[in-house]
Every structure is written in C-alpha cells, then in structure tokens.
Design a binder for this molecule. Sequence first.
Ligand SMILES: [Fe+2]
Ligand SMILES: [Fe+2]
Length: 423
Amino acid sequence: MSVAEQNLTSRITYTDLYRRWEMNNWSAMEIDFSADRDGWRGLTEIQRKSALWIYSMFFFGEDRVADDLSPYIDAAPTEEQKYFLTTQQVDEARHAVFFHRFFSEVIGAGDDLASTLAFTEQHLGWGYKQVFNRLDRMADELRRDRSLPKFAQAITLYHLIVEASMAQPGQHFIEDFFVREGTMPGFSAGMEHVSRDEQRHIGFGVKVLSELLAESDECKAAVDELMTEVMPWLSSVFIPPNWDREYTRCYGFELEEIAAWGFKAVEMKWKAIGYPMQEMPPGVAPIDFELEPHERAANVIRMSQAGVIGEPGQDPDGSPEIQQLYFDSVSRAVDPSVVNGHGPFTVQWRFSDAAPWHLVVDNGSTRAAAGEARAADVTLEASWKDFIEISKGALAPPKALVQRRMKLRGGPRDLLRFAKLFG
Ligand SMILES: [Fe+2]
Ligand SMILES: [Fe+2]
C-alpha cells in the first residue's frame, strides 16, 4: 500500500465519518420531482426500459440493505462503529424512500412500498439475486455469531461487494448521464446525495476491514472464504436483459466501461485496506492483473456471454478463443503450492464436444495449453457442457461420476492432489 493510501484509511476517524453524516443530511421527502415527469416522458423507449432495469436494482437493493443492517450494529466491536452504523441504517431507509417516490411519482409504478418493490422483482437478474440472497443469509448468520471473523465477512459482503462493487459503478454512470442532460433534476439531486452517502459508507467499510485484517489472520481467512463464494456472481450483475447492448449504449456507455471502472475502484479499495486483490488466494479473482482494467473487463464479459462463467444451465461456447480465455483463468485459479516438491503435475481434459486441453503445474508456475499432453497424472473426461456445469457448482462431481457424465482417471494420491489443486 502506498503512503498516500495508508494515510487515507488511518487519517479518517469514526468521528469524522459521523460528522460528515450530520453535515450531509438531506430530505428525500423534499426532493422536487415535478420536472422529472416530463423528463421521463422525453426518454426513448429503450432508455425507459433500461432505466427500469437499473433503478429496480437500486430500489430493491436499498430496501434490502436497510433491512439487513441491524445485526451489524449489534456485532460491531466498538461504540464508534455502532453509532456510525446506526446513521447508515437511517441513510439506507432514506435512499429507499427516495427511489420509492421516484417509482411511484415519476414512473407511476406501485403505490405503497410493498407493491413498488414487487414491481421491481421482474427486472432483477440471476447474479444480482444470488448476492442479495447471500446478504439476507449473512444477516441471519451475524445474529447468531457476533465474532470478529463473521463481522469481517459481513462488512466485506455489504460494504465492499454490494456498495463498492455493485452500486457505486452503477451510480457513477447513471448520474453522469442525467447531470449532463439536465432533464431529470429531482432524480439527479437525489442521486448526488445518495452517492455521497455511499462514499461515506464504503469509507467506513474500508476502515473497519483495514483494522480487522491488520490484527487477525482469522478475519483474513473469513474474508477469503466469502470472496471465493461471491466473486462468480459478480460477473453477471450488470448483464442487461437478453444481452441487449442498447441498454447501456442508450445512456452513452458500454458494459466494458462500467466493468472496468468498477474493477479499478474496487482494487483501490482493497489496496487501501492493506489487502490488495493480487494477494488474495488464487481462486478468489483469477484475473490477469497485468492487463489494463478495460481488457480484463472485456475478457470477463466475453466469458460471461459465452456461458462459461455465471448462471448455470446455459449452452456454453466451446470455441478455441473461449477455451483459451477459460483455461487462462483456470491456470490462475489453481493453488500451485499443492504440488510443491512433487515435480510437474499434469491434468488432461478430454471433451466429447470440444477440443482437449491440459494444464501443467510445476514448481510454482502453471500453464494451460490446447491439445493432448505427452503424459497426464489425472485425466478428466466429460462433455464441455457438463464440465462447465461442474465448475459453476451446479453439478456435483460425485453425482457426475455416478451418472457417468464425468470420468476421472489417476492414482489415488494424484486424484487427491487434483482435488486440492482446485480447492
Ligand atoms: Fe444506500
Ligand atoms: Fe449504503
């Protein structure tokens, strides 16, 4: 972590964060939406469809985070943290009220909170729902277990995943457009307040995690576990309905831009926490950090659109280009220390409906290549589709073996090493 980043987290105190909350208080009830109704009618059809999709994620999200924050207040180890979290809970309720007013007064969707929330559900995608269902379960876990590792996990999911990785990039782009156009003055004014609040919340999460991770390896391990679980969902959060690129283009940006902006922002936050993403276990973020954020984003989106990562039950593309991208990330996801001292270890994949690939792990370096290896320690046979389902966690390996949809060959020790290699 650079000195500047170190200063950033240690300089901000919980008192500062509280003071900023008092200074930046605002009223969701006083936002004037009268000009926004014309602004809404002036949007093109695709802009309105896209807005419904994005704002539904915002409104539903604000409602959930307001509901799920209470156990955080109970579990926070210091009074200062508890006070801040109570201010945050008020903020989240205010954000939900703001979005509800926008939906019912400008869009004309629903009257009370319950009916407007029910209206938003049709617009929520698979990755989004996975993350928010996990946030609900996390709140339950935190009610039963107020330990510091559980608290670190919970803050990671809420402040670093939901707020910093999902909400902030979305806000950034949508706010930009309407500020530029000036056609939705009420919405723009509210969003400016919401983003400022969210920056404060994320600042709090960064500070808490920097303190917890500096003190405890157990907290770090808990964070690793949560990140491994959640990262596969994140790549799907911004997928527009039917992969229709017009959903973002009509607001002047590409999916890759929003993802690249998100990558950069989130990486900076983990650096400030003192735990850069590059130092996380190999399976957490199997990304080539040498690439520019835009290129990384483009690769993740290509794999997602090809169906090899993200939602299960797709027909995955098995073309050479997609296999190359996929196995590049497999080679970064394995833990090479598992085979240390045991010479090169080779895994061979044979697919009934796609080209074979192999992976060689040798003394800390791992490489994947197309084709047959000269000799393999473990050989896996399956269809490309079943293999991808297994890797997404949608088909359990024992079931695949029993149903003979997957065959594994290798000595017992090599099979054990193979299992460990992929966590
Ligand atoms: Fe919020
Ligand atoms: Fe927030």
